[in-house]
Design a protein around this ligand. Structure first.
Ligand SMILES: *Cc1c(COP(=O)(O)O)cnc(C)c1O
Length: 396
């Protein structure tokens, strides 16, 4: 059944069944192929493989059965023709840049993207004469005004981190296409279990597999998902030559991670909503940022383009940084760490950690105050998560 077409199936089934590569041993779980190279039956076969006259494995920088199994499963789940795995989420974004951009090109990027993504454009691409204009994620006029004749793509994350602001993917896809540019969406926070940007008009999805695709905080990896021609012509040559390759072991972990993705995301969402509702009525809490709350200004848009609201909840405590730190330091269970997408709940103070390198003005523009805390809500019991937050909050 390994080559069955799983496209008509639901995402839960796709996650469990699609992309399996079963060997003649008949193993039920997937095998790992930790090999750097492959042998050929004859000189002629080697020639045909290398010259592209026949398909098959050559060298694991760009052909490996375990990596391919993960790619096939993820592509089916995103509703795409093709996925290409990379060594990390940043390697995926870098590969998109190297494949699609040349000196003199221009990019429009949301201000509310992962810190290193902004640095990729601002520092690294800038060295190669590629300029980027940063705009407010939810201001369509700003996106429109930023577009130039040489704009090659628009780049965004929705929902944004840590404020949970959304972009209207369909509207931005239409804008990009009206100017012959592409729309690229980083789908890390929702994953295909909650949001399928390609079905809303995006041209490419990028992933940090490190987060929810793994789901248990074990491996670093990434992926690019989209149509076959774009990946084959523009991005696969970068993988083959520049080598931002995913290891077979990591691919195996991510492949298995996808089997439980839908189930985990459902529980992340349910726990996050329960915690957000509890925070919203807590007297020591000033504001809660979670699109699952009816009070959130983009609640309706979230319902339209997502099937769930995700696992990230941000909130402001009364009393600024001092009280925010008190809440963190009073926790006994929740991990003090910045890496989300894990089964374990985590808490962080963005203005002094993940967003500490921004200027005060940039932080203010992004809405990140000293009172803000970000939760990655994990899969523990929601009552235990609330109780752990309550240790600090109830004492303020
Ligand atoms: C973590 C993350 C990345 C980078 O991924 P790595 O696997 O850490 O390289 C990119 N985008 C978002 C939204 C992330 O959270």
């Amino acid at each position: 059944m390994s080559d069955k077409d799983w496209r008509g199936y639901s995402i839960e089934t796709q996650g469990v069944r699609a992309g399996q590569h079963r060997t003649p041993e008949g193993e039920h779980s997937d095998a790992i192929f930790p090999t750097s190279s492959y042998v050929f039956g004859s000189a002629k076969e080697a020639y045909e493989r290398f010259s592209g006259k026949s398909e098959g494995n050559i060298y694991s920088r760009f052909t490996n059965p375990t990596v391919r199994a993960f790619e096939k499963r993820l592509a089916i789940m995103e509703g795409a023709e093709r996925a290409m795995a990379t060594a990390s989420g940043m390697a995926a974004i870098n590969t998109v840049c190297l494949g699609l951009l040349s000196a003199g090109d221009h990019v429009v990027c949301s201000r509310s993207v992962f810190g290193n993504t902004a640095l990729m454009f601002k520092n690294i691409m800038h060295k190669f004469a590629i300029d980027t204009t940063f705009v407010d994620l939810d201001d369509i006029n700003e996106w429109q005004a930023a577009m130039q004749d040489n704009t090659k793509f628009l780049f965004l994350e929705t929902p944004s981190n840590p404020m949970g602001t959304l972009a209207d993917i369909k509207q931005l896809a239409d804008l990009a296409h009206s100017k012959k540019a592409l729309l690229i969406v980083d789908n890390v926070y929702c994953t295909p279990a909650l949001q399928k940007p390609l079905s809303l008009g995006a041209d490419l999805v990028v992933h940090s597999a490190t987060k929810y695709l793994d789901g248990q905080g074990r491996c670093i990896g990434g992926a690019i998902v989209g149509n076959h021609a774009l990946i084959e012509e523009k991005l696969y040559p970068i993988l083959r030559t520049a080598g931002p390759t995913m290891s077979p072991f990591n691919a195996w972990v991510f492949h298995k991670g996808l089997e439980t993705l839908s189930l985990r995301m459902e529980k992340h969402c349910a726990n996050a909503l329960e915690v957000a509702k509890w925070l919203e009525q807590h007297p020591a809490v000033e504001n809660v940022y979670y699109t699952g709350l009816e009070s959130h200004p983009q609640h309706e848009l979230a319902k339209q383009q997502q099937t769930g609201f995700g696992g990230i909840v941000s909130f402001e405590v009364k009393g600024g940084q001092e009280n925010a730190w008190k809440v963190i330091d009073a926790t006994q269970m929740i991990s003090i760490t910045a890496n989300l997408g894990d089964v374990k709940s985590m808490i962080t103070h963005p203005s002094t950690t993940t967003h500490g390198r921004l200027s005060e003005e940039e932080r203010a523009k992004a809405g990140i105050t000293d009172a803000l805390l970000r939760l990655g809500v994990g899969l523990e019991n929601a009552d235990d998560i609330k109780a752990d937050l309550g240790l600090g909050l109830n004492a303020l």
